[in-house]
Design a protein around this ligand. Structure first.
Ligand SMILES: NC(=O)C1=CN([C@@H]2O[C@H](COP(=O)(O)OP(=O)(O)OC[C@H]3O[C@@H](n4cnc5c(N)ncnc54)[C@H](OP(=O)(O)O)[C@@H]3O)[C@@H](O)[C@H]2O)C=CC1
Ligand SMILES: Cc1cn([C@H]2C[C@H](O)[C@@H](COP(=O)(O)OP(=O)(O)O[C@H]3O[C@@H](C)C(=O)[C@@H](O)[C@H]3O)O2)c(=O)[nH]c1=O
Length: 300
């Protein structure tokens, strides 16, 4: 496949390049200045994508700074909603399938059951609200699309919770980490493999049943505190940085944006329709820590 992906330095973009090339695909990252989701109009976005001659498009660029979005709602909306809609319009005009990524933060966080695709949304943050608007824009502009909601993404690339924990542990013996927000940690490398499989399925048979909204997250759940403990156990086993985790409540860790307490995603539909189930998050974490913590126990 010849896949064009929006963004260059993003976690999912870099994972797609790595997994795509390993699988014999051509993956072309398309980023600023040629494709700026905040600045480019619909015509410029379409021209940039058309020039790259995709067989499928992956929309992985987004405004992902959850707290900062609270004070930059217009920019977050321009990228996550308007920009995503323009990418979808282009995919429809070019007649190629589109895979668009979205988030667990579209949900309110109430209850304790894992969220299904048809559950009511209720974002608590600007980031979540703009991503939800992006989903609607994509689904209405490009019928041959799959919107994949994922969660708690980490990888050897970019910025993420795993790298933050390892960095903080370089200078602290103990860290307070919230224990009352629960979700599904997801490796961007696993997302990349899942995205490639969905793209191949849509190219082979774009039946309406294969399109639409899907949840795609790591198998198994934990809290941020549980995730941090697993990170430090895996890092310590390799001689890397580690700290004691002090489980705290959300109220004890004030942030600009409200995060869902229950972020669990039910990924049954993806398994039934596309035959895809991501690995257990603990196994994928080991793979990523292997790459982040060097043989001599230092952070790479
Ligand atoms: N990170 C997470 O925990 C989660 C992420 N998601 C979703 O998954 C997708 C991928 O996330 P992830 O890989 O972590 O994202 P990152 O934060 O790692 O990367 C964001 C990407 O978006 C690009 N970008 C930002 N602003 C613009 C702009 N104005 N024009 C063009 N590109 C822009 C960045 O550009 P550049 O290459 O120039 O840096 C970068 O490639 C996103 O849709 C996100 O909402 C869903 C759930 C969890
Ligand atoms: C750094 C730190 C965070 N926390 C808490 C704050 C928050 O509730 C939780 C996660 O913090 P972060 O800010 O790293 O993660 P956050 O930016 O909220 O991560 C989210 O990113 C967006 C893009 C998504 O789509 C979501 O799925 C999710 O992955 O951990 C602590 O309790 N202690 C700490 O030392």
């Amino acid at each position: 496949m010849r896949i064009v992906v929006t963004g260059v330095n993003g976690q999912v973009v870099q994972s797609l390049v790595e997994r795509g090339m390993a699988g014999g695909h051509v993956v072309i990252p398309l980023g600023r200045p040629h494709l700026d989701l905040a600045e480019s109009d619909a015509g410029a976005i379409r021209a940039a994508l058309e020039l790259a001659a995709p067989e499928a498009i992956v929309s992985a660029a987004a405004y992902t700074a959850v707290d900062k979005a609270e004070s930059e709602p217009d920019l977050a909306r321009a990228i996550n909603a308007t920009g995503a809609g323009h990418v979808a319009e282009a995919a429809a005009a070019l007649g190629v399938p589109l895979i668009h990524l979205s988030t667990d933060y579209v949900f309110s966080g109430e209850g304790s059951r894992a969220w299904r695709e048809d559950d009511p949304t209720g974002p608590r943050s600007v980031y979540g609200a703009t991503k939800l608007a992006g989903e609607a824009a994509v689904l209405s502009a490009c019928p041959n699309s799959a919107v994949l909601r994922t969660a708690w993404v980490y990888s050897p690339f970019g910025a993420n919770f795993v790298k933050t924990m390892l960095r903080l542990a370089e200078s602290r013996d103990e860290l307070g980490v919230v224990a009352d927000q629960v979700g599904n940690p997801t490796s961007a490398l696993d997302i990349a493999s899942g995205v490639l499989a969905v793209a191949a399925n849509l190219l082979a048979d774009p039946a309406p049943a294969r399109r639409g909204l899907f949840h795609m997250a790591g198998t198994g759940e934990t809290s941020w505190a549980g995730f941090a403990e697993a990170i430090f156990t895996a890092s310590a086993a390799r001689g890397g940085p580690h700290a004691r985790v002090n489980p705290i409540t959300t109220a004890q860790f004030p942030t600009a944006a409200v995060r869902p307490a229950n972020s669990r995603l039910d990924c049954t539909r993806l398994a039934q329709v596309h035959g895809i189930r991501l690995p257990a998050w603990q196994a994928s974490l080991e793979t990523v820590i292997d790459r982040l913590v060097g043989a001599e126990g230092t952070q790479r």
